[in-house]
Design a protein around this ligand. Structure first.
Ligand code: SAM
Ligand code: SF4
Length: 475
């Protein structure tokens, strides 16, 4: 079937579709990278400016290894200059894997009769959340298949249950969701359960490929999915995450598709999406895709560095789909969030021992099986500040990435101290002795970077309070 773009309504205005394949290909095909041009583009980004689609395409077309190194160095510098060394941690939790769609790349597809279908009941959900809290998690993303059973009321109910679970000093302070597109009414119901970010990935921005890989079910409708976040906005959910599943179509096209989506958001709502995700296809039960578009490690690293330069104030999420060595490399390029201690098997967090992954219980393979504490150790040893901070969201400071980026001193005043305070909580409540020693050494180093003595006193005062038993302190 040939994709027929539809005119749809946003804020009662007729809109033409914002993805035009011909336009994107024309931009890619006419972008010529010369060393001078690449350098000018990198420095534009380092001067805190967004890149145009044309400029991004020049970087995407760069193949000279030395210039690629300069692009990566640019992303590294931007990360250091603007964001400092913080990484926010979260964990995914699968609520149910029933699904009426058949996405060729997904183990949960309706046509897969061998997958074990599970929907957590309330007790099972509480058990999973308790297990997560007992390792120190504070931020979750709940994941759902697309099925009538997972209607907005069900989703809202599960979010509320997660917030209600308290185990020792543990609690989940931010619940994000990754769920099927809803109507505006449905999104309103979900918003009322106090979700953080609503995330939905377009998978591929290329309409014809989209038709090929979405074989049946509601997800076949490209426009319904593409406009999901507009409906979310209209329902008052202004904190949204976009993403593309890399490996379905040309990766350069998908990067420009993501940027086009960002541009649309900025043009219509004056604010870009909160985060961009860039999952790369992994093995899955009954995986059935054309493997010619799979993305190599080298291209993947390059594309993340380019995304960082192209949209310097949007959060970037890198998941445990990727092996530790890819994650450790890519983190330097300005990733803001990673998952840690991830287990995506249904009811996986209460399973005894790590064991082998069971592809019949999960959507796809993950390649970073480290525990949360192993990840914490790695981050601390590499001088990153692991953060479980939820302050902006709790104080209604939305657009936090934009503020981090554009408000002078924001990171020093809020993000770094808050990251340190959540690290102290982790060290006091969950860390083994060795992690605790190194964690406090890192905290001392990072406190001395704050250049305001009065502020240092305030941070130290809160750290002492946490050591004495207070929790959930933030600026
Ligand atoms: N059912 C919801 C939907 O389709 O929007 C939830 C999505 S799914 C549980 C989360 C994301 O995982 C998908 O949007 C897709 O990008 C990604 N995904 C699916 N199959 C994958 C695979 N084999 N490898 C890596 N990521 C995959
Ligand atoms: Fe269902 Fe989502 Fe998997 Fe598609 S990606 S089959 S919609 S769970």
């Amino acid at each position: 079937m040939i994709y027929q773009p539809q005119v749809y309504k946003i804020k009662d205005q007729a809109m033409t579709p914002f993805i035009d394949s011909d336009e994107i290909w024309q931009i890619i095909n006419t972008a010529v990278p010369s060393p001078e041009r690449v350098r000018v583009i990198i420095s534009k980004s380092l001067n805190k400016n967004r890149l145009s689609l044309q400029e991004t395409a020049v970087l995407l077309n760069t193949t000279d290894p030395e210039l690629i190194e300069e692009i990566k160095q640019g992303a590294r510098t931007l990360k250091e200059k603007v964001y400092g060394h913080r990484i926010v941690l979260f964990a995914p939790l699968y609520i149910g894997n029933n699904c009426t769609n058949s996405c060729a790349y997904c183990g949960f597809k309706a046509t897969n009769k061998s997958i074990k279908r599970v929907t957590l009941n309330k007790k099972e959900l509480i058990d999973q959340v308790t297990a997560l809290e007992d390792t120190g998690q504070k931020r979750l993303i709940l994941v759902y298949g697309e099925h009538p059973q997972y209607d907005p009321e069900f989703i809202a109910e599960s979010v509320k249950t997660v917030y209600s679970v308290k185990s020792g000093n543990g609690e989940i302070r931010r619940v994000n969701i990754n769920a099927a597109p809803q109507t505006i009414e449905g999104f309103r119901t979900i918003k009322n359960s106090a979700i953080g970010t609503y995330q939905v990935f377009q998978e591929t921005y290329h309409p014809e490929t989209y038709q090929k890989v979405h074989l049946s079910g509601k997800k076949k409708d490209y426009d319904w999915r593409l406009t999901a976040l507009d409906r979310a906005q209209e329902a008052g959910i202004d904190d949204v995450g976009i993403g593309a599943l890399f490996g379905l179509y040309d990766w350069r096209f998908e990067v420009l598709g993501l940027m086009r989506h960002v541009n649309h958001f900025e043009a219509v709502y004056n604010v870009g999406p909160h985060t961009i995700s860039f999952p790369r296809i992994q093995n899955a039960s009954e995986l059935d895709i054309d493997k010619s578009k799979l993305v190599s490690d080298a291209d993947f690293v390059k594309l993340v560095a380019i995304l960082r330069l192209a949209v310097p104030y949007t959060g970037l999420i890198l998941t445990a789909r990727e092996p530790a060595y890819v994650r450790d490399e890519i983190m330097q390029f300005g990733v803001s969030q990673i998952d840690g201690g991830t287990n995506i098997e249904m009811k996986g967090y209460t399973k005894e021992g790590k064991g082998d992954q069971d592809l019949l219980s999960e959507q796809f393979t993950i390649n970073d099986n480290r525990t949360l504490n192993e990840i914490m150790d790695e981050l601390i040893n590499s001088k990153y500040i692991p953060s479980f901070c939820t302050a902006c969201y709790r104080l209604g400071r939305t657009g936090e990435h934009f503020m981090e980026f554009s408000v002078p001193g924001f990171i020093k005043r809020y993000c770094t101290p808050n990251a340190l305070l959540t690290l102290v909580e982790y060290l006091e409540d969950y860390a083994p002795a060795e992690t605790k020693i190194r964690g406090y050494q890192l905290i001392e180093e990072k406190i001395s970077d704050i250049d305001d003595d009065k502020y240092i006193e305030k941070v130290r005062d809160r750290i002492e309070k946490i050591k004495k038993g207070e929790r959930d302190l933030y600026f």
